[in-house]
Design a protein around this ligand. Sequence first.
Ligand code: DGJ
Length: 722
Amino acid sequence: MAIFFDAQNKIFYLEGKNTTYAFGIHACGCLQHLYYGKKVGRDDLHYIAADGPSAFTLRSPEDKKTSYQHIWAEAPAYGRGDFREPMYAIRDEKGDRLSELVYVRHEILSEKPMPAGLPALREGETLVVELADKVHPFTVRLYYTVYDDLDAIARRVEYINNGESAMFLDRAFSFSVDLPRSDFDVITPYGAWAKEFQLDRTPIRHGVTEIGSKYGATSATTNPFLILAADGADEHRGEVYGFNLIFSGSFAMKAELSMMGTVRVLGGAPDFDFTWKLEKGECFPSPEVVMVYSDEGLNGMSHQFHDTYRRHLINPHYVHAKRPVLINSWEGAYFNFDNERLMRMIDGVKGTGVDMFVLDDGWFGARNGDKAGLGDWVVNEEKLKGGLKTVIDYTHAAGMKFGLWFEPEMVNPDSDLYRAHPDYAIHCPGHDPMLGRNQLVLDLTRADVRDYIVEAVSKVLRENEIDYVKWDFNRSVAENYSSHLPADRQMEFQYRFALGFFDLCERLVNGFPHIFFEGCSSGGARFDAGLMYYFPQIWTSDDTDAYMRTLIQYGASMIYPLSVHSCHVSACPNHQAKHTTPFATRADIAHLGATGYELDPAVISEEERAQIAEQVAAYHEMEDLVLEGDLYRLSSTANSNFFAEELVSKDKTKALLTAMRAIPIVNDEIRTVYPKGLDENMVYHIRELNIDLHGSTIMNAGLKLRFPNGDYASAVWHMEKV
Ligand code: DGJ
């Protein structure tokens, strides 16, 4: 049992492996947060709750001791004197926006009810608390899912209109938690195309710190996670709280340090350009958030997210499956290929161990560049004589699987689809639509448009032997308007777009369960837990430069397990960064994820081809660590000349340390790293040093990093139980 209700003291205890989350029913009927942190006894925690109101705060007319400004709220509302950010905001038809929620009932369920139309964690004991507005016919249901072997709690909310007339939700977040302390740094992701997952860390300041996306996807400019690191916590020490939305659309996340020195963290659906009309009896389901507490620093927090997502988020059919080592045609050929060129590429990796060929953009319609063809999912027979079958058969004859690229949500104005159905594209009458990469976005809020997409993509998947699909999304959504929504529902567009995307995923991914789907969005612009529910692997960034990848993959690993990070070895000078790193380094860094190649193997040297074979073999030796192991981040290129990460198997019998030195510096400091997570008493053979050492020695005396000569040199150390 992970959930316990103390009826006498009216306290709910949600207990993870090492964590307690507790809240109670306040005398005024609202829910009051009491504690979130390291596991504590099931004591009457009301003693710790906030002090009563001070002179000038607003008090409840029924009970002069109640002031919402002082209550650590579990479901904070607007208009009754809290004055901090509310979790939700309602408005009735008269314009009344005040809300006050009181406890009605609760249920503890052994089986988790899944939210309709949204990705969420699977399984887990779930508490549902129902609250009712004191005045409006409005119900709020709070869902908490807890796993007694993990330190992760999933939360979500349902907002329900029980009245006769419509009401409006001007905000409908997924959660809010008040932490009664202020000694936090806030860590949030920022970035751009080819520079995803950079991390900001700043001491929290009074007022609101906020991240969010208005891009229609979670975007490369940020990512839906926010971390609070208490009292100087670092990678391996100190208390850390992490919050991650399971969502793939526009969103908002906030942390507010109040005048009382408490921090409220909240977030969910977009906060801007959002109003949802709730008709009589309708329910708005929020996305789910996953909250993790760790007293073992950021790395401890990451372990919890990684384990939770591997056990309860990623498709169980694929989560433990060995990933295909693939060669992708994009950077090797871009749009310039025909059958012969593709066959030369396939021949180029034959016998190296690469086990899948992925035909990227350019195989369909009039797609000879990025100006035409998107939306026409019919093979371009001028380029591929004999259709896809010729390439697929050739791939299979070479002993490889075959993968194909799609961008299902998009259309070029120069396409048969657009000529036949110009109204399928998002457009707002009176405004000429903006173009991004010469393309428009299809209106996924429309069921008929989604039906068209499902059928067009399904036809190709049905008629060809396809083992893998790369699902791309290369422009943001700006003109948030649908010709099929009434005026008072236009501000539902962003959320409806995300729901439309999830509907496509449900139908296409579940419709073809034998196909392995990889997500992509100009690199990592839709790399999130929402996508991970459907796609076990996501292209992390278009920047394949090994140095940039040490930063990008490091940031992504804060929350997301390495098996999801798609990482390719590409040609140099790197096509994005125009930067050269050694071939070996590119592979060592690309091995810290689901690896593959993105170059023209027909033009590489024999020496490099031999290296590919060695690299693939080396990857197979450690891929179980990528799929299942624990990651330890030991050194970052964000603040040093060195990158170092270690993977350790769950049974601690096997580990791998990967390191890179950015620039050789004469007379540089001796750099020792201290591996973690080994068994102190186990003796490990370190292959590269040819010595046997106890885990305790390796972890405490450390390993001195040594590299080959040159810039961006890398090295790996294999450790295995003797
Ligand atoms: C952007 C992706 O990130 C690339 O890998 C490639 O698939 C191109 N789109 C194709 O247009």
